[in-house]
Design a binder for this molecule. Sequence first.
Ligand code: 9D3
Length: 251
Amino acid sequence: MDFTVLTIFPEMFDAFWAHGIIRRALNQGQVTASTVNIRDYAEGRHKMTDDRPYGGGCGMVMKPEPLAAAIEAVRSNSPQALTVLLTPQGRPFDQGLAEELSRENSLIFVCGRYEGVDDRICDNHVDLEISIGDYVLTGGEVAAMAVIDAVTRLLPGVLGNEDSAWQDSFSRDLLEHGHYTRPPEFNGEKVPEVLLSGNHSAIAKWRLEYSLVKTLLKRSDLLKERPLEQSELDILHKWQKEIESIIRSKS
Ligand code: 9D3
């Protein structure tokens, strides 16, 4: 996978490329990455990348010429690349979109700043617009990092353990069970005993039960969307009966 990021703040990505899984993927050659300064494609003594909006209003708009020149320069080197604009009005980013993007060979990310980019860029130079959620950022850079991070961990060989990236369809769309490591007792709290038992089928059963209950309590919207297997329905029934018996005993 080749990532190219177009931004007026390329230094923001220096630390991003230099740490963790991304750095290892770069070192192992599963990923190549470069950052392009949009200002390098701006004309004039001041190399301006923004200008005042037609029709008035506060804030500035990213000028189309430097962006178009930067995108065209990058595309001429990788004509098959998918060009992605990070924008609040884009398609909501989720794991499904991360999986789609991970199947591309080459991705170009265009990071807007100010109030946004000239709309003629969105229409003619961009294949896909992405938003990372309904909250207001100051630019596309942090959003591009989120997308690159989520895509990189899905690339073949990047996580070593293949199934830690592509979970099977049954554990997907549930919150994860709790995680514990040593010591066995911390601040008076013990690690759940079943995890120390070495009984792998009991551990798998416990993990599924706590995934389901945690999802029910914290993200019931996920359970409503998702089909449930018989073993999962059995667990929810067990909890339903427990709750009903408590209610009956108090009324
Ligand atoms: C006042 C209207 N604003 C639209 C909600 C203007 C505006 C706010 C923030 C225009 C651009 C931005 C900068 N944000 C991004 O570039 C951005 C973003 C975001 O703000 N939220 C979620 N995903 C993304 S992707 C890029």
